[in-house]
Design a protein around this ligand. Structure first.
Ligand code: ATP
Ligand code: MG
Length: 137
C-alpha cells in the first residue's frame, strides 16, 4: 500500500469540481485518507514548486496556485503514485487520455485542475509539508 499527495487546484475548486474529481479518484480504487481546504501563501507555493524555480512558467504557476483556495489531499492505495498520475492524465489536457481528470476538466497546461506526486520521495515530502502525522489515520 502506498500514499500520494494531491492538490485540487484553483481552476477546479473555483468551478465546484471537487466532488467530481473525488468521484474519479475513488472510482479508481484510491482512498482519500486526509483532505482539507487551504489558501496557500505565495511563500508556500514557491517552496512547494521549488524544483520548477528556473522554468519560464514558475511565476505564473505560483500566482495561479494562490489565486483561490485549493484542496490538499492524501490518497492511499496499491501503487497510488502511478495510479493517480494515470487518473490525472497528461499535464496538457490536449494530450490527456479520455476519462482522465485533466481531459474532462483542465483548462490549459497551467490551469490543469490537479497535482499528484511523481515519486515516493516527493510524495513523502509533499505530504509532510501540508499534513501533520496526527491528521493521517
Ligand atoms: P503536477 O506536478 O502539478 O502534478 P505534472 O507533473 O504533470 O503536474 P510538471 O511538469 O511537474 O507537471 O509541472 C508542474 C505544473 O506546472 C503543471 O501541473 C502545470 O500546472 C504547470 N506547468 C507545466 N508546464 C507548463 C507550461 N508549459 N506552461 C504553464 N504551466 C505549466
Ligand atoms: Mg510534477
Amino acid at each position: 500500500i502506498q500514499r500520494t499527495f494531491s492538490i485540487i487546484k484553483p481552476d477546479a475548486t473555483k468551478r465546484n469540481l471537487t466532488g467530481a474529481i473525488n468521484a474519479k479518484i475513488e472510482a479508481a480504487g484510491l482512498r482519500i485518507i486526509a483532505q482539507k481546504r487551504i489558501h496557500m501563501t505565495k511563500a508556500q507555493a514557491e517552496t512547494f514548486y521549488g524544483v520548477h524555480r528556473e522554468r519560464p512558467f514558475f511565476g505564473e504557476l505560483c500566482e495561479f496556485m494562490v489565486s483561490e483556495p485549493v484542496v490538499v489531499q492524501v490518497l492511499e492505495g496499491e501503487n497510488a503514485i502511478a495510479k493517480y498520475r494515470d487518473v490525472m492524465g497528461a499535464t496538457d489536457p490536449a494530450e490527456a487520455a479520455d476519462g482522465t481528470i485533466r481531459k474532462d476538466f483542465a483548462l490549459s497546461k497551467g490551469e490543469n485542475s490537479v497535482h499528484g506526486s511523481d515519486a515516493p520521495e516527493t510524495a513523502a515530502e509533499e505530504i509532510a509539508y501540508f499534513f501533520s502525522g496526527l491528521e493521517l489515520v
